[in-house]
Design a protein around this ligand. Structure first.
Ligand code: MOS
Length: 724
């Protein structure tokens, strides 16, 4: 039976805290960890499928124009080559995340350098790669396609615009004001597992093993691309080696593999090269952001302005949501926020690791540091002073709000010396040493989700959904949730994810995964508990289950009497979303050293304190925070997509040239989890955590650089050339 639940009211009962198993929240290691580290967890390209042919994509070497011809015969005559697929569908794929609205390109229209235009299929990968390299393509090239966001007029995104009060006047009358421009570079998701797909047909039924974050949505995209019914498609992504936004939508390898497999009547595998992942999957937009802050003599903010310019291809609907948490993070009656998109011909801009806040917060929190200095107060104090009572634009209450606690607990744990601060106070040999801090905020999202839970006659349980685990810990937290609700140890709960033959989950993205799918599992388990309660004649709320027994000692096995109980939980975010502003909050503290001679910055230590509702698993939650802080180091110091100004092609398209933080760059990180129950965020009182750790952390490093050496830098990443 399907049990529907839509949350319209806050749930202050905190039922889960009263459960007896005591596994929820515990720092249990990942249930699939052993399979992963022993290499027995199969990733998309690793399924041993007999007779599988290998495909390699061919990508465009012009920025904008049209493919007018290909030397098909020459390539088809090469050793092992089976097919050259240049089906228009391959390039009619809409961009990730915006499938419905994106423009349908003409059959061979090229919009950016590196765009897939064909697939070569051969017996072996090497043969396919060789042939792809040798394919001669003729183009008609359009000259003068804009590739520089500064060179075109931005289009205002009117939904994002806020004008409240009179910012110009607040700035003019302010005791202290800041008016600064920050820039951030584009970023790549940089997931470890490259995009890959294996497609197989059985008559009209298509099965695809792929590396994807949102199967519930990806199946619709694929059905659309191939003009098929969803019922005829099965997508499988049981293990995903990171997504970070790049696998929210399907990309060419999935469509191309499906078309080629049909044409050849045999399975086809397509794995992108690392360079292709960088060049044709998607990018985070670069940004230019103007921050204006007006404050009275004590540092109370009276005016708040945030104006951002981002870019995307013409017609794409995604716009890096830079202002997302600027709308509610700090008080200030006079407000002006605006987001503009420049239409340029670089590859599609889309969701990359904490879209919006990952770059918006570093700019805002850098400007806050400038303001603290002008006012002459401690930067922690400045933030505490400006926490709004209610959402300053919408007037809504916050569902829960732990910024103050995070600031205080973080400062305490880090050993932050409060008081006015001056740069260049501490030196260690040839290094200047300094500290900095920043707030964290990331909006909380939830999404419709379904999961089936079966309590088996033998007293074990099974959870099934097409939700994915992209390395975040979904398998583990769902085993904990079901275990807690049903009174079972986690090794008695089998979780099956990543298969569209299961009920539709919410997918992994936007940090909504755990709260959304967790709520569906909660709803299903509650229905099972009601069945059990009825059998023994008690209220569900009075039912105590642990280790497979009720509190009076009846075993679940006896109560089930040889039969399973199965329910599908269907969770939908209700109207409650309109009644509260919900966000995770936190605070970052960093100590850095800056070399006096080379301008090199090293992070000595860093701490993040975060409040994001119920912690479902201390270990996996902490790991998410560690990952987020690590990405913060990347934003602050090393990560930048570099485009050739002549044709807009990406120059640094691999992990050697695009530097994500590695062990040598990441010191011991400390995470403080601030306990919180958010009764309005989700039925399980949890909020998102996946991305919070990188929403502002870069500013803690930037502010520490200033405190160390006195260089106030407004451009991320703060590479040595900029610091010197
Ligand atoms: Mo995320 S960038 O929404 O996977």
């Amino acid at each position: 039976m399907t049990v529907h639940f839509k949350q319209d009211e806050p749930d202050k009962s905190n039922r889960l805290d009263g459960m007896k198993q005591g596994v929820l929240g515990k720092g249990i290691s990942r249930v699939e960890g052993l399979a992963k580290v022993t290499g027995t967890a199969p990733y998309a390209a690793e399924y041993p499928i007999e007779g599988c042919a290998e495909g390699v994509l061919v990508t465009s070497t012009i920025t904008r124009g049209e493919v007018t011809g290909m030397d098909r015969d020459a390539v088809l005559a090469m050793p092992g080559v089976l097919a050259l697929v240049d089906d228009p569908k391959l390039t009619t794929r809409a961009a990730q995340g915006t499938a419905d609205e994106a423009p349908k390109q003409g059959p061979k229209t090229v919009c950016y350098w590196g765009q897939p235009i064909a697939l070569v299929v051969a017996e072996t990968f090497e043969q396919a790669r060789d042939a792809a390299k040798h394919l001669a393509v003729e183009y008609r090239e359009d000259e003068g396609a804009p590739i520089d966001p500064q060179a075109v007029q931005g289009e205002e995104q009117e939904d994002e615009t806020v004008r409240q009060g009179d910012l110009a006047r607040a700035m003019a009358e302010a005791a202290h004001s800041v008016d600064v421009i920050y820039t951030t570079k584009g970023h790549a998701s940089a997931a470890m597992e490259p995009h890959a797909a294996i497609a197989q047909w059985d008559g009209d039924k298509l099965t695809v093993h792929a590396s994807l974050q949102m199967l519930n949505y990806n199946i619709s995209e694929l059905a659309d691309a191939l003009d098929m019914e969803e019922d005829s498609i099965r997508l499988i992504s049981r293990f995903v080696g990171g997504g970070f936004g790049s696998k929210l939508g399907i990309s060419e390898e999935v469509v191309a593999a499906a078309i080629a497999a049909k044409e050849l009547n045999r399975p086809v595998r397509v794995v992108l090269t690392r360079q292709q992942v960088f060049q044709c999957i998607m990018r985070r937009s670069e940004t230019t952001q103007r921050l204006r802050l007006a404050a009275d003599e004590n540092g109370a903010i009276t005016g708040f302005g945030h104006h951002a310019l981002v870019s995307n291809l013409p017609g794409e609907t995604f716009a890096e949501p830079v202002l997302q948490s600027s709308h509610f993070l700090y008080a200030g009656e006079n407000r002006e926020l605006m987001l503009e998109v420049a239409r340029i011909h670089r590859m599609t801009a889309g969701s990359v690791r904490a879209p919006g806040e990952a770059v918006g917060m570093p700019a805002l929190e850098g400007a806050m540091d400038v303001l603290a200095e002008k006012v002459g107060i401690d930067p922690v104090e400045l933030r505490l002073k400006n926490i709004p009572e209610k959402d300053p634009e919408e007037g809504l209450p916050f569902s829960s709000h732990k910024l103050a606690e995070c600031l205080k607990q973080g400062a305490e744990a880090f050993g932050w010396d409060s008081g006015p601060r001056k740069p260049r106070q501490s030196q260690d040999g040839e290094w200047w040493v300094g500290t900095g801090m920043a707030s964290a905020a990331r909006v909380h999202n939830v999404s419709e989700a379904r999961a089936r839970v079966t309590l088996n006659a033998d007293g074990s349980a099974l959870v099934e959904t097409d939700m994915t685990d992209i390395g975040t810990g979904t398998y583990t937290i769902l085993a904990q949730l079901a275990g807690e609700m049903l009174g079972l140890a986690t090794d008695k709960v089998l979780v099956e994810l990543g298969d569209t033959s299961h009920p539709r989950g919410p997918g992994s993205g936007g940090s909504w995964g755990a709260a959304s799918i967790g709520s569906a599992v909660y709803v299903a388990c509650k229905a099972i508990r009601e069945d059990i309660a009825t059998r023994i004649g008690v209220e569900e709320t009075a039912l105590e289950l642990s280790d497979g027994k009720t509190s009076s000692g009846d075993t679940l096995v006896d109560l089930l009497g040889g039969e399973n109980i199965a329910h599908e939980g269907h969770y939908e975010p209700g109207d409650i979303e309109d009644d509260y502003t919900a966000s995770g909050f936190g605070a970052f503290f960093a100590q850095v050293r800056v070399n006096r001679f080379t301008g090199e910055t090293r992070v000595d230590r860093m701490l993040g304190a975060f409040g994001f509702g119920r912690v479902l698993n201390h270990k996996t939650a902490r790991s998410q925070c560690l990952g987020g802080i690590t990405w913060s180091i990347g934003v602050a110091l090393t990560e930048a997509l570099e485009f050739d100004p002549r044709d807009g092609h990406l120059v640094n398209s691999d992990l050697a040239e695009y530097h994500v933080p590695v062990h040598r760059d990441v010191p011991d990180l400390e995470v403080v989890l601030v306990e919180e129950r958010d009764p309005a965020a989700s039925p399980i009182q949890a909020k998102g955590i996946g991305e919070l750790g990188m929403c502002g952390g870069a500013a803690a490093i930037a502010n520490a650089i200033y405190n160390a050496c006195g260089a106030r830098i407004f451009d991320y990443p703060m590479t040595p050339d900029r610091v010197l």
